[in-house]
Design a protein around this ligand. Sequence first.
Ligand code: BDP
Length: 661
Amino acid sequence: EDGQALWLRGNSNIKVTVSGPGHSPVVDLAIAELKRGWHGKPDMVLNLRISDNPAIKGDGFQLEESAISARTELGLLYGAYELLRSQYLGSPARRFVSNPSYSRRILNHWDNLDGSIERGYAGRSIFWGEKENGLSITEQDKEKWTAYARANASIGINGSVLNNVNASAKILSKPYLEKVRAIAERLRPYGIKTYLSVNFSSPVLIGKLKKADPLDPQVQQWWKDKVKEIYALIPDFGGFLVKANSEGQPGPQDYGRTHVDGANMMADALEPFGGIVMWRAFVYNPSPEDRTKQAYKEFLPLDGAFRKNVILQVKNGPLDFQPREPFSPLFGGMTKTPVMPEFQITQEYLGGSKQLVFLSTLWEECLNNDTFKNGKGSTVAACTDGSLSKTDFTAIAGVANIGNDVNWTGHTFAQANWYAFGRLAWNNKLESKVIAAEWIKQTFLDSKEKKTDAKFAKTVQGIMMESREAAVDYMMPLGLHHIFAEGHHYGPAPWFSNDKIRADWTSVYYHKADEQGIGFDRTRNGSDAVDQYHEPLSSKLNSLSTCPEIYLLWFHHVPWSYRLKSGNDLWTELCLRYDRGVNKVRSFQKDWDRMDGAIDKERFQEVQSKLRTQSRDAQIWKDACLLYFQQFSKREIPFDIERPVHDLQSLKELTKSRDYN
Ligand code: BDP
């Protein structure tokens, strides 16, 4: 098996009769899927019906043994996929209602128009490729887009942003919009809306205007005309995603205006057509202010000033998709402006497509964090899914890990991250261990159990559930962050500093190791980032003795001799964690090897080989970080753990090289 079929391997020959409420592209798809993948009782008659059952919300559905009901046709399609999934998983048929946690469940593709993908590790873009074929569209392209749409619909994803947030203005030119239309036509039957990332300077770059000032009537008119042109081609177009005044991208501040001015201008253009603006809060400037505080400081004063069709898109943590971050304080901070979480499915900071890291646990951790916005129980999930603010303008985004590799995602196990994002976007209370179990069975095993299946499922679920914590351990335990090699973000470079670039792009800015200790002081004596959180959390984080140890060095500069809860001093604990991380990956290798024969050779060997690479690279992380930090701690690496096997100098050379990532 080459992995192309993803988690949708469940064709069957079992007969079923399906009656639907008339015919439409969506209903016909639901019927076709049920016939193709039916694993229920043979010769059953299944009814699909549109119902106004008040328990069903949005595109939700109700399943019963012989019926699927929904308010919308799309609800029937989602119900069909859920029914097939539960049959395949062998879960007994029972009556239940399932409603989506977020009404917009969106993939963000960081695909460039030349076909390259920013932070993509699975080949080239499935949408673009000036080098490959310009703007022409082949039959193969169309089939790929359909397969993509189907996979997404099967897990409830209903939106795609087709191009990189670092957006080329060309996307809004006529020939590109024509291609967007062709893509949208393929995605539409599966309920997937198309969105675009736009460049704020588009009126200048592809229009004939001299500036892109959002308060200039000519600029406003330009956007209105452009939006009209888009909707003439794509009547169900979803809206814009905007990265403005961030990392060199243009924005309203170039004209002395605010993010509100910029977002509202676009919102006004989109509003008559039902389109939305997803305005990214990932903004920071070279300034003496702690980078992790900047987005909150920028956006909190703007709360309430955005148009009704603007939603703020916020990365899970206040920095940038690190292996572990505390949640962004904006989730609990904004009260009048809807906020949507942005997760990163592509493993920019978690091993590209070389390492097995199941990200569902990271997202689950974020969603379950309590912001204390309205007192206890105000989780990030509740702050974003409409349950606190009683709105149904809700959304969630995941930065896609999809490319034109045969298996879509490079690493077979990276498919699980795509899958998990969709499942959590549909139901943000699902547990990662359940998601893992679902994925394993559908991806690797047949619906009828073989003898080896239960063992395989359990072993692999164990690996997946421990994989993210293992990565945290061998990369940056105890709250360390952003000590990656420059540029490629794959390997370690805690030594990285450079006077010629801004400090907050270097590693030393973040770990601040010195002879006394290590960590970034974000307490009230330091940058005071803790006070962007509500009480009692802010005080809890502020105090060294109550700050959760997983965030210790994120919030505190801690002496090497400081005793942790384990009884170990900080230096010893750091060493043990790095060592534990490496050992975990070694144990994943052993566990995997024991599974030889339980699944197809092709995928077995691919994963086996990638685990070898991961072991090697975990060792590099451990050696690099311990040997580097040891220069400050001046303490011995505990004698009962394995010694480093590399020299620091050689690792400095290695991680710089282009081939190493
Ligand atoms: C960082 C990536 C960069 C993205 C940026 C963003 O390194 O490539 O453009 O985030 O999210 O993680 O805008």
